[in-house]
Design a protein around this ligand. Structure first.
Ligand SMILES: [Zn+2]
Length: 314
């Protein structure tokens, strides 16, 4: 693994307490013993309240990528902010394996009056992470559009296929087909239609993500360290108006903890032992078998001591 040291370090100044600097590998300081679960619950509440008061968009500790490996992932985000919510894998591939990350913004949201501002927030978030931004900015990103306006749907499919052909990535990322939001379901279908139109010309992976509802068969659970969460929450907070509306940036650790609970069972198998991760995200890694997209790898947990690229190894 390249740049192993950078990968494990938290940015300078990320903590006021210097001894807590190295904590990406679970080298945290254990706090004084909790007396009972009421105290634990109360401390969690206090922590969430305090996190809400962190000033938005103030940390300037951009992640440092490993030396470029020539590999690339394009993530198709239905809305600005989805690229971050599902961004752990691209971030780890960039930090550990020198992958280039391209965010393809499928829409700029349904509110026309907010689009200009959302584009700016998105550019600001991608700039922090060192990700390239390609704005597709489609309208009517709904599953029904395929029937009600087939011409426009085909134009969108063509634009996505064109972007994939131009970028020539090793992997593309998109929501799973049942992710319960109309723009997410439509993005899933648009990307699948685009990949179909490229049959034979795209030999990479399709990685499915979930934001709004559980996917059927995730096959990998990858671990997040405090450093990854710090970067992702910072980037997410740059979607200023979105997190003012719904403060999901401060809830990200909780949702990553929940992914470990679920991943232990649905990735690891029923009744199996959970990995000792505090935080993680599940994905479905697929490959085209000539007829359909099928799991590319068996079930696996990729911890912080593993390399992110291991998700692609059988
Ligand atoms: Zn979304």
């Amino acid at each position: 693994m390249q740049n192993f040291r950078n990968y494990g370090e938290l940015p300078d100044g990320a903590f006021s307490d210097k001894t807590s600097k190295y904590c990406a590998f679970r080298q945290y300081k254990i706090m004084a013993k909790l007396q009972n679960y009421f105290e634990y619950a109360n401390k969690m509440q206090t922590l969430l309240e305090a996190a809400r008061r962190v000033e938005l968009d103030r940390t300037e500790n951009a992640p440092r990528a490993a030396r470029a490996s020539g590999k690339k992932i394009v993530t198709f985000a239905p809305h600005p902010d989805d690229e971050i919510m599902t961004g752990l894998l691209p971030l780890r591939l960039m930090l550990e394996n020198g992958w280039k990350v391209v965010d393809a913004a499928v829409s700029l949201g349904s509110k026309v009056e907010r689009r200009k501002e959302r584009k700016k927030e998105l550019a600001n978030a991608c700039k922090y992470l060192g990700w390239k931004l390609e704005v597709l900015g489609f309208d009517k990103v709904r599953p029904a559009t395929k029937k009600t306006d087939p011409e426009y749907w085909q134009k969108c499919v063509g634009d996505i296929a064109g972007l994939i052909a131009k970028q020539n990535p090793d992997a593309v990322m998109a929501p799973h087909p049942k992710d319960a939001n109309l723009a997410h379901m439509a993005t899933s279908q648009l990307v699948r239609d685009a990949l179909k139109s490229l049959e034979g010309k795209y030999g990479g992976f399709l990685i499915e993500t979930e934001v709004w509802s559980d996917m059927d068969k995730p096959n990998v659970l990858i671990e997040a360290g405090a450093m990854h969460l710090g970067h992702l929450m910072t980037a997410l907070s740059r979607h200023v108006k979105e997190v003012e509306r719904n403060d999901y940036h401060v809830r990200m650790p909780s949702s990553f903890a929940e992914n470990v609970r679920r991943g232990a069972e649905v990735v690891g198998g029923q009744g199996g032992r959970a990995p000792n991760f505090n935080f993680g995200v599940i994905y479905a890694v697929k490959k085209f078998d000539g007829k359909k997209w099928v799991p590319a790898v068996g079930s696996k947990f990729v911890g912080l001591k593993n390399c992110a690229e291991e998700i692609f190894k059988k």
